[in-house]
Design a protein around this ligand. Structure first.
Ligand code: NAP
Length: 435
């Protein structure tokens, strides 16, 4: 029998949930369908009534995790404590609500050997996800829990039912002023999420006070907050495992069966395996050469987007540029649209791909972006200007182009790899980051 499920929310086009649930159906050898239900707030109650007759359950996401509670017959202990529901089970004519963000987060801690028992924990943000995190670390008996909010009054009133005397709410300024050492700091704000990926919720001074840093964000996989943590030698963990774990905890409820951590690991791995690895960077930064080597090592297919474009348009890059850069950029976006549908590939892109934001959105849908940053002196040494239309006026042009583009390369990449050492070492660094 076909199992019908789905996700209720306001804006869902970027959701990874269908991908996760479809992989799970494959793993469990079930025939299932996971749909996206984008609804306006006024239609939510009626929709729940309607969908309860057609599916065995749905997930709920921003901004309806609280609103749906009034439509339910029963809610679980965690969901009650947290005050939010992200999973609804329709059974025997009744509607049951659960919160699996709680389980997702506790599994993420377990998976990464982060043990908060008797430790100090700081949680940035006081929204829906923070409520699940606070409840979880309190249940795991953290010694001290500090919630950091930008609006103290709002946070205090919203967290009223959740708080007890062990939990303090402070401002971001207070956190900086107190400058205390602790064990774990968790970002549960959207600060640093795509496309505002240069943002970081706290200063470097704060990050260095903690042993472990968790970011609930999974796009990009490494936020600025986590990048700083990793470079400072801290344990740094992104929100991908939690996302998969909460999805699987929902399936456990709907299917009434234990699925377990092995499957979460397998699916997290399969999601990463299917994801394209996209290299961006200046002309001559080694994207094609390193891309080919990486493809060999990972046993994946390699795509050079410029070659793909030339085959598609039946013209060389120089010929396309002769018509005009605008014309070339349009053809490039057409190519990227096709390439972005690929899975499990290593993709090297043209140096100017970052000039059109649409390209980045397309590539990110199914890929992680790595900026290969090579010293300009090295690029100048061995670049062939005849095949680079933008350098026809001289190699020195490379400095101007680099200055114009550096900010965008950094902004749109999930990871930055310095291409300063041997090819093998660079390929090793990329592989270790992906793993
Ligand atoms: P939410 O309910 O909207 O709460 C966001 C919280 O962050 C609020 O406290 C908000 O404060 C605060 N905030 C927003 N912008 C801020 C800023 N510029 N500076 C300081 N604080 C700021 O959202 P949510 O559902 O909790 O989600 C938060 C993040 O967790 C999102 O990035 C989401 O993708 C991620 N998440 C991940 C998973 C996972 O499975 N990995 C699950 C759930 C959520 P105000 O109340 O003052 O606006």
């Amino acid at each position: 029998m076909m199992i019908k499920l789905g996700l209720l929310g306001e804006h869902l086009s970027h959701s990874l949930s269908p991908k996760i649930h479809n992989l799970l159906f494959e793993e469990l050898e079930l025939e299932g369908k996971y749909d996206l239900f984008e609804k306006k707030e006024k239609d939510v109650s009626e929709f729940i009534e309607e969908v309860s007759k057609k599916t065995i359950g749905i997930n709920v996401t921003i901004p309806y995790k609280i609103k749906v509670i009034s439509s339910l017959d029963w809610i679980s202990e965690e969901a009650k404590k947290i005050g939010a529901v992200n999973t609804i089970h329709f059974k025997d004519g009744k509607k049951y609500g659960y919160n699996t963000d709680y389980f997702g987060f506790s599994r993420l801690l377990g998976q990464n050997d982060i043990d908060v028992l008797n430790k100090e924990v700081v949680i940035l943000g006081a929204g829906g996800a923070a409520r699940a995190v606070i409840t979880c670390v309190r249940d795991l008996k953290a010694k001290e829990i500090v919630v950091v909010a930008r609006n103290l009054e709002k946070a205090t009133s919203e967290l009223e039912n959740l708080l007890d005397k062990d939990i303090r709410i402070i401002s971001f300024d207070d956190l900086e002023k107190e400058n205390k050492k602790g064990y774990l700091i968790i970002n549960s704000t959207p600060v640093g999420m795509f496309p505002n990926i240069e943002a970081c919720p706290v200063s470097d001074n704060i990050i260095k006070n903690y042993e472990a840093c968790v970011d609930l964000i999974y796009n990009p996989l490494e936020t600025e907050f986590l990048k700083k943590a990793r470079l400072g030698g801290k344990k740094s963990v992104n929100g991908m495992f939690m996302l998969v774990a909460q999805a699987i905890a929902s399936e456990e409820i709907w299917l009434d069966k234990k699925i377990g951590n092995n499957t979460i690991e397998k699916i997290s791995k399969r999601i990463n395996d299917k994801i394209n690895i996209i290299l961006i960077g200046m002309p001559g930064s080694g994207k094609s050469y390193i891309g080919k080597k990486l493809a060999e090592r990972l046993n994946r297919e390699f795509i050079d987007s410029d070659e793909y474009l030339q085959n598609l348009e039946k013209k060389s890059i120089s010929e396309l540029f002769q018509v005009g850069e605008e014309y070339f950029r349009q053809a490039e976006t057409k190519t990227i649209r096709k390439i972005s549908l690929e899975k499990n590939k290593i993709i090297s892109t043209g140096g100017g791909v970052i000039k059109n934001y649409e390209n980045i959105e397309l590539l990110k849908k199914n890929g992680i972006i790595i900026f290969l940053n090579r010293p300009l002196e090295k690029i100048i040494e061995d670049i062939d200007i005849d095949s680079r239309p933008l350098l026809l006026k001289g190699k020195e042009q490379i400095y101007n182009i680099y200055n114009q583009r550096l900010k965008l390369y950094k902004k749109y990449s999930d990871y930055i790899i310095e291409n300063k050492t041997s090819v093998d070492e660079v390929v090793d660094s990329i592989i270790s980051i992906i793993k």
